[in-house]
Design a protein around this ligand. Structure first.
Ligand code: ADP
Ligand code: ZN
Length: 752
């Protein structure tokens, strides 16, 4: 009975993402299982292609039409049954292909690609497993011929034990010197697999965590859930500075005591070095990390460490939800409202959904935490679907910051045309005088954000994207923040009519310049995408600020979240109004969260904090609630709006995006897909669905491609997904993807 394997291939479109059968030769029979990565001859040309085995079995009789598998990756590359279940889940929920899901659940370095060896097709590691050379002293250094100074130094350094080549090179010993000593028989060299302790510098220094009374009672509730049978879920809703992290640490400790493991997700690793520091200090070397700031090698080594069972705690960003950790007892999503938990390319999953799935598979406690939860999450907690645990006070009984508004219309009327109000300058000066630090938030980078002709009103836009070009003074150029298109020198006259161009709107560079003029003695640190391009730039800058090397930290949203600096007593919020009038249905929620979070950065230790919000709409209800840091009141208003206008959690919201080079084709394709949906749903009158559009997306052109969308308000259940899948297949069958690519996104708040 010949063995066969059913596989799904890499680079499939949804149309041919089916299972294909191959025979398994006797040589490969021992290494092909569901979850194995294999190489198959594919298509008419039999070109080798990577694939994943979905099923294996035997056939009563050989089928001569079936081709044999070409090769299989080693056992360690095989996806575990858990990961395969997540692959199925992603395929079902996000409409991605099998192999897209495979690539999402294992890191790049653990993937394989087609290669050849002696003319035969083989699978190749994406990354060669990194090795390093280690030198050991094996004989005394002979005095004849007289050794050189470097040789002596090398022998000296190796007296205390072996060292790697890179360590020795850093100490000034060249490779040539080392090889010379090997030839003399003084040193022995060996190749060894690299191991990696990413946080060797952080000392293991476990301190007992002493919870406050309020933290303790939150912990007690959560502990009951942690030890309970079956999957559990909770929201830890705690005001900024209430000490949610202390509760996490205790829960992780308990999880480990129970013999189980913990997975901690954070929105952005570079902004939460404090979390890693605390976990590492408390739990030591059985901590692994998974995030995109690691290079591929680092990431693979950490992944293998988890896979081999050598990590009890994994901390990481979105994709860490796929960490091959076994026996998970606790999954934490810190700052659960952050949009970074949603993937913006295929598979377009949300870490919330996957976490829910995994907690279910593992009977784990899933804990969401935030001072400003998503409306959906808080509603689930209020309605009792998940446990609500609240921390109402800051740790140590410290007050929340006092928040005032500065009316920027009045400011302009009184003759101040700067972006920084007179009041904010006074407060900054006072902080400077008292040796205290300040944080300023402005969520736009660059110098001027729009260039417009004063005569004809023409706006300078990117030729590839329908967005204005931003003037970057430091680099003396105009820059498209979407595709990176550059224009320099910076034009001064209108390309349409020759009129004079006026640059307006302001970004972080402009405010930095004003600060230098207004407060020349202040040490200003600007933190935005332009200033943090280099590796570790975030950590370095935050460490400098923590050490008091700067007085003012000015930046985009990267300064708003998670930071905990005791000397910060003033927060200024600039240019927030444009976000209030953003287009997605989450824009109020986002503004409320951003303002509350950044205000929460001050007054976290001994010194009380205060915040100033500069706005032209001082009466805006969302700003007022954010200033009061009154989440429950905001929620009451938001949930009413969501119910009235039919938005999540009262329906599922799905955007179908269509993109392509020809606008009429893209529009026609979107229209056609909406018909394909309508035909199918007409036969299921009980299945609720509202389709809006096609309409152009908010950014109607991006990177030279036109963009249209359909907005679907629906009930995302199995029937819905089956009907959509059938429509997608019909869309592919009509060869429409060649004219307009299609993507479905359940996490969008209006656009892709
Ligand atoms: P949150 O994440 O809720 O905004 P943090 O966890 O950053 O708050 O805690 C705020 C501050 O209070 C931190 O400086 C933290 O070290 C301190 N803190 C909170 N709880 C405790 C505790 N139980 N013992 C000692 N310090 C604590
Ligand atoms: Zn562009």
């Amino acid at each position: 009975m010949p063995d066969i394997a059913k596989v799904a291939v890499n680079d499939a479109t949804i149309h041919f993402d089916k299972l294909y059968s191959y025979t398994v030769s006797p040589e490969l029979a021992g290494s092909v299982w569901p979850g194995s990565l294999v190489l198959v001859p594919f298509g008419r040309s039999n070109k080798p292609r990577m694939a994943v085995v979905i099923e294996t079995g035997t056939q009563p009789e050989a089928d001569p039409r079936l081709k044999p598998l070409l090769a299989a990756a080693p056992e360690e590359a095989r996806l575990t049954p858990d990961l395969m279940e997540l692959v199925r889940f992603l395929k079902d929920r996000t409409f991605c292909t099998w192999y897209e899901a495979v690539k999402a659940v294992i890191p790049y370095g653990a993937q394989y690609c087609p290669g050849t060896e002696n003319g035969h097709p083989v699978v190749k590691n994406r990354l060669a497993r990194p090795v390093e050379t280690v030198y050991t002293l094996v004989a005394p250094l002979p005095e004849k011929p007289r050794p050189g100074a470097k040789q002596r130094q090398a022998a000296q350094l190796l007296q205390d034990g072996p060292r790697t080549r890179s360590e020795l090179e850093e100490l000034g010993i060249s490779r040539a010197t080392l090889e010379g000593l090997c030839k003399k028989g003084v040193l022995r060299s060996e190749e060894r697999y690299k191991s990696l302790d990413l946080f060797a510098a952080i000392p293991f220094d476990p301190q007992p965590v002493q919870l406050s009374a309020e933290q303790q009672s939150a912990y007690d509730t959560l502990e009951r859930q942690l030890v309970a049978d079956g999957p559990q879920a909770a929201l830890l809703f705690g005001v900024t500075g209430s000490g949610k992290t202390a509760v996490f640490l205790k829960l992780i400790e308990k999880t480990l005591l129970l013999g189980r493991r913990a997975l901690v997700l954070v929105p952005e690793i570079s902004l939460t070095p404090q979390m890693i520091r605390r976990l590492k200090a408390m739990f030591g070397s059985r901590l692994a990390v998974q995030h995109s700031a690691l290079n591929n090698t680092e990431r693979l080594l950490q992944w293998r460490m988890i896979q081999q069972g050598n990590a009890d705690i994994v901390v990481g960003t979105r994709s860490a939800i796929f960490a091959p950790l076994q026996n998970i007892g606790l999954i934490i999503l810190d700052e659960e409202q952050e949009h970074t938990y949603q993937s913006e390319s295929a598979p377009r999953y949300s870490a919330h959904e996957v976490a829910k799935k995994r907690a279910g598979m593992e009977n784990a406690l899933l804990l969401f935490a935030s001072a400003t939860p998503r409306t959906e999450t808080y509603q689930a907690a209020q309605s009792g679907r998940i446990q609500l645990v609240t921390l109402t006070q800051r740790y140590g009984g410290r007050p929340l910051p006092r928040v005032d508004f500065v009316d920027m219309r009045a400011e302009l009327a009184s003759g101040n045309s700067r972006e920084i109000s007179a009041r904010l300058v006074r407060e900054l000066a006072a902080n400077l005088h008292n040796g205290e630090q300040s944080i300023l938030l402005l969520n736009r980078r660059g110098y001027r954000t729009v260039g417009m002709c004063g005569i004809c009103g023409h706006v300078l836009k990117c030729p590839n994207c329908s967005v204005p070009l931003v003037y970057h003074k430091a680099q003396q150029m105009l820059l498209c923040h979407h595709c990176g298109h550059r224009v320099s020198p910076v034009p001064t006259v209108c390309p349409e009519c020759g009129g004079k161009l006026v640059y307006s709107g302001f970004g972080t560079q402009k405010v930095e310049e004003e600060l230098r003029e207004l407060l020349p003695q202040a040490r200003v640190l600007r933190m935005d995408q332009d200033s943090t391009g280099q590796k570790h730039a975030h950590e370095t800058m935050l460490a400098q600020f923590a050490r008091g090397e700067y007085d003012i930290l000015l930046g985009t949203q990267m300064v708003a979240k998670g930071l905990d600096f005791e000397k910060v007593t003033l927060v200024g919020v600039l240019g927030i109004d444009s976000l209030l009038f953003g287009q997605g249905f989450r824009s109020y929620e986002n503004v409320f969260s951003l303002v509350t979070q950044v205000v929460g950065r001050c007054g976290r230790a001994e010194l009380p904090g205060r915040a100033l919000i500069q706005t032209a709409v001082v009466e805006h209800p969302v700003l007022k609630l954010a200033a009061a840091q009154d989440y429950p009141a905001f929620f009451a208003q938001e949930i009413a709006f969501r119910r009235f206008s039919l938005y999540p959690p009262f329906c599922s919201f799905c955007v179908a995006g269509f993109t392509g080079p020809s606008e009429p084709d893209v529009y026609a394709a979107a229209l056609r897909f909406s018909r394909l949906l309508a035909e199918r749903f007409a036969k299921h009158p009980d299945q609720p669905l509202r389709v809006l559009g096609p309409t152009p997306m908010n950014i109607a052109m991006l990177g030279g491609k036109y963009r249209y969308k359909l907005t679907l308000k629906c009930r995302n259940d199995a029937t819905f997904r089956a009907l959509v899948r059938s429509a997608l297949e019909a869309y592919a069958e009509e060869k429409l993807p060649a004219k307009a690519g299609i993507a479905l996104d359940f996490n969008s708040d209006g656009d892709l």
